[in-house]
Design a protein around this ligand. Sequence first.
Ligand code: FES
Ligand SMILES: [Fe+2]
Length: 381
Amino acid sequence: MYINFWYPVCLAADLAPGAAVKARILGLPFVAFRGADGQAHVLADTCVHRGGALHKGRVVDGRIACPYHGWQFDGTGRCTLIPSLGADAAIPARAKVDAYPVIERYGIVFAFLGDLPEAERPPLYTVPEYDQPGWRSDLVTFDIDAYFERSIENGLDPVHNEFVHKLQGNIRFRPERMQVSSDELSSTVFVRMDPPKKGTTQLEHLRNDDNPEDFGASSGHYGANTLITRISLSRENKFVQYFFEQPIDDGHTRIFFINMRNCMLEEANDARMRQINLAIADEDISVITRLNPVRTPESSTKEVLVVGDEAIGRYRQHLTEWEQRGWRIDLAALRANAGDVAYAVPCPARRTSRNWVLDAVPLVPAAADAGARPSAGEGAA
Ligand code: FES
Ligand SMILES: [Fe+2]
């Protein structure tokens, strides 16, 4: 798992005014709540007094009050009130928790979980079709008992379709029809496919067999945890699927799934499209929850990658680059101290102020020669 990317925290609709929503991301606890102005905030969920779980507290005037002794923290993570000291008492400078940059978009509250200053952050992925005329979006979440990298890699794998997905009939992978491209934050694999045999999909009516060359699919990752799949059933009828993945921990993932479509636009089709998509996802889940080992092996000698795995290889190269920048969580160290140390993902304010109470999550040390962060890739906003 990696810091310094935007992660989905919760559905915006679940973050009602006055509510405190708990999220577990990268194996660590977070709390989301809204300030008095309605702005969403995301903080480390550990009170620095004596370890209270902030999400169990109340939101008072847009601040989260710890359930244990009532210390209040504002959206910047600063403690503004220690009730036992009185309203006018000075607050110790160390009474602060990590607070993360937040973007509320597409019906999702995203937080940047890392300490990079704004100019250096990989941007949140832009969904170009969102709110565009002629397109409809549908958002759903689901949880899988699998490591997030295994899910992203499954999306980048054009070979599994004909074996895992029965709905799609006979979509045969042909290596000569595959194109893989990369930039600094993403990799994409495009595959032109023969349309499935008639009668093998539930979306038969969206095909146009006059132009079979228009049938194809591409999938790509952006950053560590976003997966984009574009499916063209014909020149006119397309689906674009976005998985914004929330690694709950190193064996569980919550997927915030936005399905964009430019056909069957009536709301009444949402439920059917969802049912089709989740049935396809279930077929993937039945495979990726049983992979051994659970997490991607550290050494490439522990698997045999072949030509159809090229995009997966590119994704792993990107992950290695981010590890070399010092963004990879040291899982062994994290596990070794579980129960003894309260960790938080370091927030950007740690670059400019000191005296933090929570320990920064242990990271695999950066490579000595890691250069400056790459600039934003295509598709970024
Ligand atoms: S532990 Fe939070 S106020 Fe005491
Ligand atoms: Fe699949």
